[in-house]
Design a protein around this ligand. Structure first.
Ligand SMILES: *Cc1c(COP(=O)(O)O)cnc(C)c1O
Length: 380
């Protein structure tokens, strides 16, 4: 084997404006927090920061759940953490599928040895509560309902309060994906009675990718404690993780926490606290409306009906005759602007314009609409 080192030098990423489905623009304050000195993950100073992080996350999720912490991995692992801990072999789980991420929840149920009962809705439509009621009637043995609050693949927002209530009426737990909703629209775990939820650091929280805040309520913890089979994932077994994330003083080694990314998440939540939850929701809505009105003057149409539209994820139809990939490539090369392509059933048919977190500001909306107008104009 050749011992001479590869001739590679430091990586310098280009400057981009991130208006896709995530990651979103990360503010300098968060990046600076991540550049602070690394401390040991069992250092008392770090434990203090972790306690603050849990307090901030409980506030962001609007919950008193003791078991609220960031999983050391991206949103997909937060999703798996919910399923591997709460679904046992033989469990029936009602899963609402109205886009890519609901499909992944169903796959998680299968891999846990459970049986998913799929409640399907059209891509771009919210979950239909009546179909969920019918699924519970047809499958009274179902003990869990899973759904995606904010479907990032389509831009649809579902009625989490109603879905959670239906689950309660049938004595079932609720697992909610709020990766894209947290910080951008109301997420009220306790008021709605959500039993388990997972989110992500890189959407409306505007931290860097790679962390997944999760929260588990008492009923979820009771189901976990009553398991007959051990959780098949060692890393995600909450019985073990708990010893690590539990209160200061009694922490034991489980894995090495990603120290600096956690500084970043802490800072992004401090920024959210400074702004206030309601102010953040209002800002996302205002920026969405500004974008919507500009796109309307270009004749660009939305996929989702007005009352179910996510302000932070705008799925719009690509005008007829327009070259999808060429437009996105020109936005990136000429404006440093990233918007998202369609996923799954909507691939090639839509663009997904993210107005998330720090990206939800006037200059971004202006840049995006001016750039689109220019690039579409050049395409004729
Ligand atoms: C982004 C996203 C995920 C996955 O998060 P990763 O950090 O990419 O693993 C899951 N669900 C929804 C709704 C998302 O938008």
């Amino acid at each position: 084997m050749d011992r001479s080192a590869p001739q590679i030098t430091s990586f310098h990423p280009p400057r981009r404006v991130l208006m896709g489905p995530g990651p979103s623009d990360v503010p300098a304050r968060v990046l600076q927090a991540m550049a602070l000195p690394t401390v040991g993950h069992l250092d008392p100073a770090f434990s203090g920061m972790m306690e603050e992080l849990k307090t901030l996350l409980r506030w962001a999720f609007q919950t008193k759940n003791e078991l609220t912490f960031p999983v050391s991995a991206p949103g997909s692992v937060g999703m798996e953490t919910c399923f591997v801990n709460l679904v046992e072999p033989g469990d029936t789980v009602i899963v609402c599928v109205n886009g890519v991420f609901g499909g992944r929840q169903a796959e998680n149920v299968r891999r846990c040895g459970g049986t998913p009962v799929i409640v399907e809705d059209e891509w771009g439509a919210p979950v239909d509560p009546d179909k969920v009621r019918k699924a519970f009637q047809a499958h009274p043995q179902a003990r869990i309902l899973a759904f995606v609050h904010a479907e990032t693949s389509t831009g649809a927002l579902s009625d989490a309060a109603t879905l959670a209530q239906i689950a309660r009426e049938h004595d079932a737990l609720t697992i909610m994906d709020c990766v894209t909703s947290l910080g951008g629209v109301p997420v009220l775990l306790d008021e709605w009675g959500i039993d388990a939820a997972y989110s992500g650091s890189q959407k409306c929280l505007s931290s860097t990718p790679g962390l997944s805040p999760v929260s588990f309520g008492e009923r979820a913890v009771a189901k976990l404690k009553a398991r007959k089979h051990p959780v098949q994932s060692w890393f995600q077994d909450l019985n073990l993780v708990l010893g690590y994330w539990s209160g200061a003083g009694k922490r034991t080694y489980h894995h090495t926490a990603p120290v600096n990314p956690l500084y970043g998440l802490h800072e992004s939540l401090v920024m959210l606290a400074e702004e206030g939850l309601e102010a953040s929701w209002a800002r996302h809505r205002a920026m969405h409306e500004m974008l919507r009105d500009s796109l309307a003057t270009m004749g660009i149409e939305f996929v989702v009906r007005p009352d179910a539209r996510l302000p932070q994820l705008n799925a719009v139809r690509i005008p007829a005759g327009v070259d999808d990939a060429a437009v996105r490539a020109a936005l990136l090369s000429d404006y440093g602007l990233e918007i998202g392509a369609g996923l799954g059933a909507l691939a090639g048919k839509v663009w997904r314009i993210g107005v998330m977190g720090y990206g939800a500001r006037v200059e971004n909306i202006r840049l995006c609409t001016a750039a689109l107008r220019d690039v579409l104009g050049r395409q004729g």
